[in-house]
Ligand binder design. Structure first.
Ligand code: NAP
Length: 336
C-alpha cells in the first residue's frame, strides 16, 4: 500500500463541487488519509479551500492518478465512470459518488469507457448496512445516491425479512436541500426561486435514484412497485423522506423490529419521534422512526428518515466505505 508518513495518499476528482469539498474537509481531518491532489473543471487553478498549504485544484486530465492509493470521484454522472476506470487501471482503490456504476444503471457501464479507452469497471454497491463485507474487499465502490440511501435504510428491515405485501406499492415522499442539485448555476436554484418555497420535481416516477432502489428491491425478491416523488426544500442541506410500506401481515412492534435490525450499526439511529433535519445535518447518521398506520384496511407502516445529503448521502458514506475497504475503524474521521 502506498503511504506518505503514516497517511495514505488520496486524490479527489471533482473536488470543487459540493460533495468534493465535503470530501476534502473530511480527508483533512482523517488521521490516516492525506490529500495529494484535487481536481476541478471551471475552478481549476483556484486554491483548495480550508487548507494551510498552497494546494490548488488541477484540471482532471492533469491529475497524477498514479500518486494516489485511493481515489474518490465526485464528478457528474456520465463523466465519472471513465475516470474511475483509469484510476482503477493504475492501481488505485476507487469510490465513485456518481450514479454511473450503481446497480440498474447499465447504460453507463456500456458507454463511459474513458478517454484512453480503458475498459469499464463494475463497482460494489456501497451501502455498508447492506453489504459491509463486500465493500471490505472491493476494488471499486459505487457510493449510493443520497435519496436512495435514505429510502433504502428506511425499508431494509422489511425488505430483508420479506414482509412487504406482494403486489403492493411502496410510496416515498421525499425532500432535499438545494446542495443536492450540485453547485452549477441554474436559474431555478437561485435564492429568490427557492426561498420560502417548496415544489416537487421528477414527479413522473422517473428520478435517477429509482434504478438503484429497484435493484435492491429485486435483490430481495420484493414483489412491490416503488413510487418516489422528490421535492426541493429551501434549505442548504438535508433529506427528509416519508416511506409508506404495505405489509403482508401486521407487525406488532415496528419500532422494536427496526431497533433490533440496526442494533449494531454505528450510523443508524432509531427514534420514537419522527426525525428532523436538525437531528442529522453535519452528521454521518441516518435517523429513522417507524409506526403502524392507523385507520387503514391493510397493514401498513409509515417510516420517516432524515440524513445529511452531503454526509451520509455522499461524502460521509464514501469515507465510511473507504474506512471499510482500507481496513480502518469504520467510524474513523466521521462525525457520528
Ligand atoms: N450533492 C449531493 O448531495 C450528492 C449526493 C450524492 C451523490 N452526489 C453525486 O456526486 C457527484 C458530485 O455532485 P456535486 O453535487 O458535488 O456536484 P457539483 O457541485 O456540480 O460538482 C461537480 C464537480 O465536477 C467538476 N466537473 C463538472 N463537469 C466536469 C467535467 N466535464 N470534467 C471534469 N470535471 C467536471 C466540477 O468542477 P467545477 O466546479 O470546477 O466546474 C466539480 O468539481 C455527482 O455525480 C452527484 O450525482 C451528489
Amino acid at each position: 500500500m502506498r503511504t506518505f508518513g503514516s497517511r495514505l495518499p488520496v486524490g479527489v476528482l471533482g473536488a470543487s463541487g459540493y460533495a468534493g469539498r465535503e470530501l476534502c474537509a473530511l480527508i483533512g481531518r482523517h488521521p490516516r488519509l492525506g490529500l495529494v491532489w484535487a481536481t476541478a473543471n471551471e475552478q481549476h487553478g483556484a486554491p483548495v479551500p480550508g487548507r494551510d498549504d498552497a494546494m490548488r485544484f488541477v484540471g482532471t486530465a492533469e491529475a497524477p492518478l498514479e500518486d494516489a492509493a485511493l481515489v474518490f470521484s465526485a464528478l457528474p454522472h456520465g463523466t465519472s465512470a471513465g475516470w474511475v476506470s483509469q484510476a482503477h487501471a493504475v492501481g488505485a482503490r476507487v469510490i465513485d459518488l456518481s450514479a454511473d456504476l450503481r446497480p440498474g444503471n447499465g447504460a453507463a457501464h456500456r458507454t463511459t469507457t474513458g478517454t484512453t479507452g480503458t475498459a469499464p469497471v463494475a463497482g460494489i454497491y456501497g451501502l455498508p448496512e447492506l453489504d459491509r463485507e463486500a465493500v471490505r474487499v472491493a476494488g471499486v465502490v459505487a457510493n449510493p445516491g443520497c435519496y436512495a440511501t435514505a429510502v433504502l435504510l428506511a425499508v431494509l428491515p422489511v425488505l430483508a425479512t420479506g414482509l412487504v405485501a406482494p403486489g403492493g406499492t411502496v410510496s416515498v415522499c421525499a425532500a432535499s436541500g438545494v446542495t443536492g442539485a450540485g453547485n452549477s448555476p441554474r436559474r431555478e436554484l437561485l435564492f429568490a426561486e427557492v426561498t420560502e418555497n417548496c415544489r416537487a420535481y421528477a414527479a413522473g416516477n422517473d428520478h435517477r435514484h429509482l434504478n438503484e432502489m429497484r435493484a435492491v428491491f429485486e435483490r430481495f425478491g420484493t414483489d412491490a412497485d416503488l413510487v418516489f416523488v422528490p421535492h426541493l426544500l429551501p434549505v442548504a442541506r438535508g433529506i427528509l423522506a416519508t416511506v409508506t410500506i404495505p405489509l403482508a401481515e401486521p407487525l406488532t412492534d415496528p419500532l422494536g423490529f427496526w431497533k433490533a435490525h440496526y442494533a449494531e450499526e454505528p450510523f443508524v439511529e432509531i427514534s420514537a419521534e419522527p426525525p428532523s433535519l436538525r437531528d442529522v445535518v453535519h452528521r454521518n447518521s441516518a435517523r429513522i422512526s417507524v409506526a403502524a398506520a392507523a385507520g387503514v384496511r391493510r397493514p401498513t407502516l409509515i417510516a420517516t428518515v432524515a440524513i445529511d445529503n452531503l454526509l451520509k448521502g455522499a461524502a460521509g458514506q464514501a469515507l465510511q466505505n473507504a474506512n471499510l475497504l482500507l481496513g480502518f475503524e469504520e467510524t474513523m474521521g466521521l462525525p457520528a
